[in-house]
Design a protein around this ligand. Structure first.
Ligand SMILES: *[C@@H]1O[C@H](CO)[C@@H](O)[C@H](O)[C@H]1NC(C)=O
Ligand SMILES: *[C@@H]1O[C@H](CO)[C@@H](O)[C@H](O)[C@H]1NC(C)=O
Ligand SMILES: *[C@@H]1O[C@H](CO)[C@@H](O)[C@H](O)[C@H]1NC(C)=O
Ligand SMILES: *[C@@H]1O[C@H](CO)[C@@H](O)[C@H](O)[C@H]1NC(C)=O
Length: 370
């Protein structure tokens, strides 16, 4: 994004001037000497002169209480953006598509329950129990809100970068989706081993995808099922981006938050870029921001990958997965509506997980009706 670079450049001159030429810009940035605001409030910065380079996006994540929970030799971290109050949904995911897989680590990213939520204290107790029991929750110090999803996105990367600099790949998704994590892991495995067996599920169902992976640059691997080009910039509503942040009619290229893979190298670039990203230039839409705006600032790009996603509202992911073996991420009725009672919505996760397990079982790959 040219204007951010331009901004940083003019900031740079200001910084160099104001710290009396004594510290180079680079060191200054990483010393984090500049003031930051509490990002809990949505920024409304007025009357700012262009002298101060800050405030920057500042993810509040306590690394002391959000300790390490993966294994050093895991090859993939699947992080799932969740909401603190979705206690039961996380439970269902742990018993379905978030079930333990060898050398794969599942992590849920949640926020703080706001004081105005009913039973606020109770939810914090519940999440504390989950942390103790499952060791799979990272909790940021920002309130749950749609805008603060961008902090969850960055916190996940920052957390992984801090504790697991050597885990080579990550996959991002959300808790209102149904994900074929067996397929996701098998892609991760090919990325790591560079080996694909002729009778493997991937080679059988999508040989092109395997060739793509084998020939890909692992350092710069940043790819998702839905790469979005030419999306119009909306100026209002939940997905609104102000003219000040992005004057163009079309959003920067980005990947849908349904799911993307990322190498550890891309992760580090994004974390570094977030440390010097001006808060006033943030778009408060999780996937658009991280894989579009922040990626731009980090000079990296999320591109497409030949895995299938479906944003259905038929509450019927299990059937869709029977009919399309490469359907990897499918919106549950928590995401798209429909699906009857909450119980029936959970049932959808279970039915889809059955299909997923069956279709990857080489001795029983033909699955019947759904
Ligand atoms: C993977 O294998 C292909 C062909 O077999 C080779 O060209 C490529 O360099 C390998 N990539 C890595 C990362 O080992
Ligand atoms: C990120 O910043 C750290 C600390 O300055 C630096 O050591 C590292 O090389 C940077 N990583 C990338 C990918 O730019
Ligand atoms: C799901 O889709 C299948 C096939 O398209 C159909 O037979 C089935 O009735 C649907 N189930 C529900 C609950 O909509
Ligand atoms: C795979 O299929 C075989 C034969 O139908 C069955 O015994 C086995 O339990 C299945 N495994 C899984 C993981 O579903």
């Amino acid at each position: 994004m040219w204007f951010i670079r331009k901004n940083l450049a003019s900031h740079a001159y200001a910084i160099v001037f104001f710290i009396l030429f004594s510290i180079c810009l680079y060191i200054t940035f990483y010393d984090k000497k500049f003031p930051t605001t509490s990002p809990i409030s949505i920024p409304l910065i007025t009357g700012r002169t262009n002298i101060s380079p800050g405030p920057y996006l500042d993810v509040h994540l306590d690394l002391a209480t959000n300790w390490a929970m993966c294994q050093k030799h895991d090859y993939l971290i699947i992080y799932v953006l969740s909401t603190i109050t979705n206690v039961q949904r996380r439970q269902v995911i742990r018993s379905t598509w978030g079930s333990k897989q060898k050398d794969v680590c599942f992590v849920f990213i949640v926020g703080q329950v706001s004081g105005t939520t009913e039973n606020a204290g109770e939810y914090q107790l519940k999440i504390n129990n989950e942390k103790r029991e499952h060791h799979d929750v990272v909790q940021i110090d920002h309130f749950e809100s749609y805008a603060n999803v961008i902090y969850k996105e960055i916190a996940a990367l920052k957390w992984a970068n801090h504790f697991y600099p050597d885990i080579p790949f990550l996959f991002k998704t959300d808790d209102d989706l149904i994900v074929d994590t067996i397929l996701v892991s098998s892609i991760g495995k090919v990325l790591v081993t560079n080996v694909s067996l002729r009778d493997s599920f991937l080679v059988q169902n999508r040989p092109n995808l395997v060739s793509t992976i084998i020939s890909s640059n692992r350092e710069t691997f940043f790819r998702g099922g839905w790469a979005m080009d030419y999306q119009p910039t909306l100026r209002s509503g939940k997905f609104g981006v102000s003219e000040k942040v992005w004057p163009h009619a079309v959003l920067p290229h980005y990947c849908s938050g349904f799911g993307w893979f990322m190498s550890k190298n891309i992760r580090e670039h994004l974390v570094n870029a977030s440390l010097i990203y001006p808060i006033e230039k943030a778009a408060w839409i999780g996937d658009v921001f991280v894989s579009g705006f922040l990626a731009n600032a980090a000079n990296v790009k999320c591109t497409g990958l030949e895995i299938d996603f479906d944003q259905t509202n038929s509450a019927n992911c299990s059937c869709l997965m029977v009919n399309n073996p490469m359907l990897t991420v499918c919106s549950s009725s928590f995401h798209s509506g429909g699906g009857g009672t909450e119980m029936e919505r959970y049932l959808e996760y279970q039915k889809a997980w059955q299909v997923i397990q069956l279709r990857h079982n080489s001795s029983d790959r033909k699955i019947g009706a759904c």
